[in-house]
Design a protein around this ligand. Structure first.
Ligand code: F1X
Ligand code: MN
Length: 442
């Protein structure tokens, strides 16, 4: 595996994570987890057809049957290690996906990528784009979000935890300290709340329920030792230097994690550390629980329409922030392509330029981390800067619970020590990193 500052060979890039490595999480994911996620999607679609078929009418019922059929076909292709096939719908990003497939085929002696040998990141992203294709190809159900019920259920089961958190936020922002020494602990606390909010992800749980059901604030102290790399102080120092600024948050999961991100955003504005917050969500349903525009707006409406004081207060306030422009929503197609982030400048300069207007970009979650580091099999002691391979539109921080077997920036021996404590430390979401980078490696 590659280290840094070595000889030319040692600085060669490590291989991408792939199911060809039979001991890897990629192998478990392709062999077991993705088929389970697809089975759950097919069941959801069949259930919708059976329960709502009469109400929806024959045409929609038939389309749901078609979607379920496409999902089952995709699951069969994965389980029998078939060639990845080109997309055939008319969504605006179809050429990007087919261009990537063509290049991967060319690079592989004109053999199309296959599920148990190609790069895991590409294949998992492709699977969610194929799910979207099954919806795009339907005539009457092409707005359908096959993950909608799971995401809404995750929110509903998290409501007690959301009530506790937003009640705490209400008190905090109504008594926001002016003195930075008193502000810093609150900043650190809400960074950790957003960090651990990332454990609530329906992809890693293979769509099994994964909501926050207890008060996250009470757990922060006991969770602190599970933060393997913590750059909160560097992050605070950076924001003290920038003063009131634009901060972008590249979102991950809907449900409880989104609420923790909105809490952090509200704190950054109420404390005058930020003047505006830009959120980046997904253009279509992605990795089961990632936030789409519908999810974002539904969440605010759900908060605003409850009779709980804190929820309705913030729901209404946050809807207002979208109106007054202190919160800006973006849903660029780049985030639902197979590209890793070091490709952004060449493949999507507009987004790269947009992000470069920020004084800080906060990347949430494991998939964003994987794309930051290129989903390459780095040595754990390689620096975070090195793994970005030059991606740096602005100073950035990743708040990530580990759910995939790649991590960088650790001390020598730290990975080995952690493995002794917890055999599946890289994939169970129990451990996390707060990685900050404010410079590009020369
Ligand atoms: O980005 P998130 O929501 O934190 O995690 C999504 C995710 O867990 O799904 C994959 C497994 O299928 C992981 O590698 C990936 O990171
Ligand atoms: Mn996610």
């Amino acid at each position: 595996m590659a280290a840094e500052n070595g000889t030319k060979e040692e600085n060669a890039l490590p291989p991408p994570l792939s199911a060809k490595f039979k001991e890897s999480f990629a192998f478990v994911t392709i062999k077991d987890r993705l088929p389970v996620i697809l089975s759950k999607v097919a069941d959801t679609v069949h259930r919708k057809k059976n329960n709502l078929g009469a109400e929806l009418g024959n045409e929609k019922a038939e389309d749901l049957k078609g979607i379920a059929g496409e999902i089952s076909k995709l699951r069969y292709e994965i389980q029998t290690d078939k060639d990845v096939v080109a997309l055939e719908d008319t969504r605006g990003d179809v050429d990007i996906w087919n261009e990537v497939l063509k290049n991967l085929t060319k690079q592989n002696n004109n053999q199309p990528p296959r599920w148990f040998s190609a790069a895991w990141l590409y294949l998992e992203c492709y699977m969610y784009r194929r799910i979207q294709q099954s919806v795009e190809l339907s005539k009457y159900m092409n707005e359908y979000d096959v993950f909608e019920d799971q995401k809404k259920n995750a929110y509903v089961t998290s409501v007690p935890a959301i009530q506790t958190l937003l009640t705490y936020l209400l008190t905090s922002v109504e008594n926001i300290p002016v003195d930075s020494n008193k502000l810093q602990p609150l900043f650190s606390q809400l960074i950790q709340v957003a960090l651990w909010g990332n454990k609530c992800d329906l992809s890693i749980s293979a769509s099994m329920e994964n909501s926050q059901t207890s008060c996250i604030l009470d757990q922060l102290h006991s969770l602190e030792p599970f933060i393997l790399l913590n750059h909160t102080q560097q992050l605070w120092n950076h924001l003290q230097k920038t003063g009131k600024c634009r901060i972008d948050i590249v979102l991950d999961n809907a449900g409880f994690e989104l609420i923790t991100d909105l809490c952090l955003a509200e704190f950054l504005l109420s404390s005058n550390m930020a003047s505006e917050i830009h959120f980046h969500g997904k253009a279509f349903p992605w990795f089961v629980s990632d936030v789409t525009s519908d999810d974002f707006l539904w969440t605010l409406e759900s908060l605003a329409s409850t009779n709980n004081l804190a929820l309705s207060r913030f729901g209404t306030k946050w809807q207002q922030r979208i109106q007054d422009g202190t919160w800006v929503l973006h849903f660029d197609k780049f985030w639902t392509t197979p590209y890793v982030f070091e490709e952004m400048k060449s493949k999507c300069l507009t987004l790269h330029s947009e992000l470069s207007k920020a004084s800080l970009i906060i990347f949430k979650g494991d998939l964003n981390y994987r794309k930051l580091v290129g989903d390459l099999n780095w040595d754990t002691t390689v620096s975070f800067e090195r793994s970005l391979q030059g991606f740096h539109p602005a100073p950035l921080v990743s708040l990530r619970a580990l759910k995939c077997d790649v991590v960088v920036g650790l001390k020598p021996g730290q990975g080995e020590e952690t493995k002794v404590k917890d055999e599946s430390w890289m994939i169970n979401g129990n451990w996390s990193v707060i990685c900050f980078c404010d410079k590009q490696l020369k």
